[in-house]
Each structure stands twice: as structure tokens, then as C-alpha cells.
Design a protein around this ligand. Structure first.
Ligand SMILES: NC(=O)c1ccc[n+]([C@@H]2O[C@H](COP(=O)([O-])OP(=O)(O)OC[C@H]3O[C@@H](n4cnc5c(N)ncnc54)[C@H](O)[C@@H]3O)[C@@H](O)[C@H]2O)c1
Ligand SMILES: O=C(O)C(=O)C[C@@H](O)[C@H](O)[C@H](O)COP(=O)(O)O
Ligand SMILES: [Zn+2]
Length: 365
């Protein structure tokens, strides 16, 4: 089994990666749970598919299932799940075990972070996206009417167990959506990884075990390094948001109804960040082209025109972008690429310039 440590002092934890990592980690899971009461919060589709392997390892714990899909990151599910955990007697010394993709992990993590002012959290991610990104780093939360992830807390897990065998049942579209976040690590700061993905991305998407484990470990190492340097996004962690200011605005415009998945919004958002940077003279055209090709090579959309028909407007998208948590002093912050494998945090980005860019993107869609 591969192991990655997130070096966060007294909140440090391990990420265990591999096919069969879940059954192989029984002892580590029991130690992480300790003596308090534990309960599982599970995506209902994942529970139906994988309950046997989970109960074989964890026994018959109280289980709270949540509906599959982004709409679950809501106030109503936050209230319902929190009440169910309290009813199951999960104490401050207790543990919430999140089983599912990023939706379940973000929601269950937020419940754990606020239940009795914070209890233990274990992440058992079951999508490629959650295995390379959302289960690590402690960002938890829900969406609000105003936008994406606007209510939440930083709450680190005490253990992350990534059983890559669980991906065998993941639909191909979800594999591609998770691959967008894999490509993100390459684009934001790892040019050799970009070259590796150009050669082996197809193997990752086909779930070839060696390529999959390599991509997941490389992604988790990249995220662990950045999170250890800047846990609460005071600076460098914002790089992990490459493509997300555009992407979150796109997701909001589609109403979180499943037509545009998070990874798909991020894919288009990253391509837009490269085109924006090229238009501003920050990034060379050939580099932007290479980045967009890497994203498209994963079977992902790179333009607004490839998304389902929806009456998007530049003003609507820009308004959503101003809900971004990176806004400072009323001005946009964007993660902008200089090249493949090199991006930086750009503050005080002029809204008018972005509006004109959005109008251009929509005109070409
Ligand atoms: N906290 C973070 O740092 C962070 C990072 C990236 C993304 N996110 C969030 O993660 C969410 C997206 O997560 P996601 O892409 O995992 O989506 P998801 O949780 O909605 O899961 C995608 C779909 O796959 C199904 N599924 C999950 N595991 C399966 C399996 N093994 N077999 C079959 N089906 C399975 C689910 O039922 C669901 O329909 C977004 O809300 C995004 O904002 C958070
Ligand atoms: O962990 C981070 O930091 C990230 O930005 C990872 C992103 O992939 C993820 O989508 C995150 O939830 C976005 O964070 P937000 O702060 O923009 O809500
Ligand atoms: Zn993301």
C-alpha cells in the first residue's frame, strides 16, 4: 500500500492508497476511531454497491445515507445528517466516517466539523475526484443560494483510506470529471507530471492499476505539500483553485442539477484561465494550446459551447464569480497560468477585463 503523510503538526494524518486499501486498513481504521461512537455517512448509491466490504471492515455501525448528486450539499441535508448523527449518539469523542465522493465528503466533513463543535472525521473516498482531491486538506461545506461552498469550515480528517478498487464501479463520465483535478495538479505546478499524463492519461482513465495508483499518489502528494504549507489558504493554497472561479460560476449557472459536474466546470474553467492568460499576454499561445489539449485529451469539455444549452450571460457569470471566497477588497483574485506547470495567484484582477473576456467566450461558444 502507498502512503502519503499530510504534515500538519498535531493535526497530521496519513493517506493510505491502493487496491484493497479498505480491508487492508482495518487496524488503522479502528485505531483512528478510538473508543468513541462512530457512524457512517454514505452516498446512497455507493452504500448499495459497496456496503459489504465496508461492513466487513467496520462492523455494523449506524448509517446515514444521503442522495447522490451535488444538490445534497445543502442546508436541509446538513440539518438532517447532523440530527441523525446526534440521534445515533455520536459524541465529541465520536467519529464521522464519510463514504462516497466529494459531495458526501464535503457534507459529512462539515457535519463532523460542527457536531458538538467538532468531532473526529475519517474519509473513505470512492470517486477519482475525491481520491485525488476532496478527501485531503480539510475543506468542508455546502452550497448556498449565493454560490458554491459558501458555508463551511476547515476540518482535517484523522485518516484517509483510498481503496482504488472501489473505482471499478464508477461511471466513465465521473472518471473523466475526477481526471480534471488530476490535470489541475500538472498544470498548476508540475510540468513533468503534465508530460507523464500526456503519455499515460488514457491508462489512468481506463483504470489500469499501476497508472491509476501513480496518478492518485502524485496528486495526493502535491495536495499534501501545499496544504502543509498553507492550511487555511492564506496564500499558496489558492493555487489549488486553478480554473475554479470560472468553474464555480458555471456550476452555479446550471443550478447544481447534474448537467455540469464539478470536474467538468473546472475543466472548462482551466481552459478559460489559459485563454484569459494568453489574451493578457501572461501565457504563451503554444503553452495555452498544450494545456487545453491535455484537458480535452481526457474527454473533457474546454469551452462553454460544449456544455448543455443554457442562456448564460457575461454579467451573470461575472456576478457569480464575485461570490468567490478569494475576492479581496471587492476585487477578483484569479489563478493564472504562465505556462504548463507554472501558475500564480493574481490579485486585483479588473472586472471589466474579465467581463469582456466572458463575452468573447460566449460569442465563440
Ligand atoms: N473539499 C475539497 O477540497 C474539494 C475538492 C474538490 C471537489 N470538491 C467537491 O466535491 C464535489 C464533487 O465530488 P465528486 O466528483 O466525487 O462527485 P459526487 O460525490 O457527486 O460523486 C459522483 C457520482 O458518483 C457516484 N459514485 C461515487 N462513488 C462511486 C463508486 N465507487 N461507484 C459508483 N458510483 C459512485 C455518486 O453516487 C455520484 O452520483 C463537488 O461538490 C466539489 O465542490 C471538494
Ligand atoms: O483544497 C483546495 O484548496 C481546493 O481549492 C480544491 C478544489 O479542487 C475544490 O474544488 C475546493 O472545494 C474549492 O475550494 P473553494 O474554497 O473555492 O470552495
Ligand atoms: Zn475542485
Amino acid at each position: 500500500m502507498r502512503e502519503v503523510r499530510v504534515e500538519l503538526g498535531e493535526r497530521a494524518y496519513d493517506i493510505l492508497i491502493g487496491p484493497g486499501a479498505l480491508p487492508a486498513s482495518e487496524g488503522r481504521l479502528r485505531a483512528a476511531i478510538g473508543r468513541g461512537r462512530a457512524a457512517i455517512v454514505a452516498d446512497e448509491a455507493v452504500w448499495a454497491l459497496h456496503r459489504d466490504v465496508v461492513t466487513a471492515v467496520l462492523g455494523d455501525l449506524p448509517i446515514v445515507t444521503v442522495p447522490s448528486g451535488e444538490a445534497t450539499k445543502s442546508w436541509s441535508e446538513y440539518a438532517r445528517v447532523s440530527e441523525a448523527l446526534l440521534a445515533a449518539d455520536v459524541g465529541r469523542d465520536g467519529t464521522v466516517i464519510a463514504l462516497g465522493g466529494g459531495v458526501t465528503g464535503d457534507l459529512a466533513g462539515f457535519c463532523a466539523g460542527t457536531l458538538r463543535r467538532g468531532c473526529n472525521l475519517i474519509q473513505l473516498p470512492t470517486t477519482l475526484l475525491s481520491q485525488v482531491d476532496s478527501s485531503v486538506g480539510g475543506k468542508t461545506g455546502i452550497n448556498s443560494r449565493q454560490g458554491k461552498n459558501l458555508v463551511g469550515v476547515f476540518h482535517q480528517p484523522s485518516l484517509v483510506v483510498i481503496d482504488t478498487a472501489l473505482l471499478d464501479t464508477l461511471p466513465d463520465r465521473e472518471m473523466r470529471a475526477g481526471y480534471a483535478e488530476v490535470v489541475k495538479y500538472a498544470l498548476l505546478g508540475d510540468a513533468p507530471f503534465a508530460s507523464w499524463l500526456e503519455a499515460h492519461g488514457g491508462d489512468v482513465l481506463r483504470r489500469a492499476p499501476a497508472a491509476l495508483a501513480e496518478a492518485i499518489e502524485t496528486s495526493c502528494r502535491a495536495k499534501a505539500r501545499i496544504v502543509a504549507e498553507d492550511e487555511r489558504e492564506g496564500g499558496r493554497r489558492a493555487l489549488l483553485n486553478l480554473g475554479h472561479t470560472f468553474g464555480h460560476a458555471i456550476e452555479a449557472a446550471y443550478g447544481y442539477d447534474g448537467r455540469v459536474l464539478h470536474g467538468e466546470g473546472v475543466a472548462v474553467g482551466m481552459a478559460m484561465a489559459y485563454r484569459y492568460a494568453e489574451a493578457q499576454g501572461i501565457c504563451d499561445g503554444a503553452e495555452a494550446e498544450r494545456a487545453v489539449a491535455l484537458i480535452a485529451g481526457g474527454g473533457l469539455p474546454t469551452t462553454l459551447g460544449e456544455l448543455p444549452a443554457e442562456p448564460l450571460t457575461a454579467d451573470g457569470l461575472l456576478t457569480a464569480m464575485y461570490q468567490d471566497k478569494k475576492v479581496e477588497g471587492g476585487a477578483l483574485t484569479l489563478i493564472l497560468p504562465r505556462a504548463v506547470g507554472d501558475s500564480y495567484v493574481a490579485k486585483s484582477v479588473a472586472g471589466d477585463t474579465v467581463r469582456a473576456f466572458l463575452a468573447q467566450e460566449l460569442a465563440e461558444a
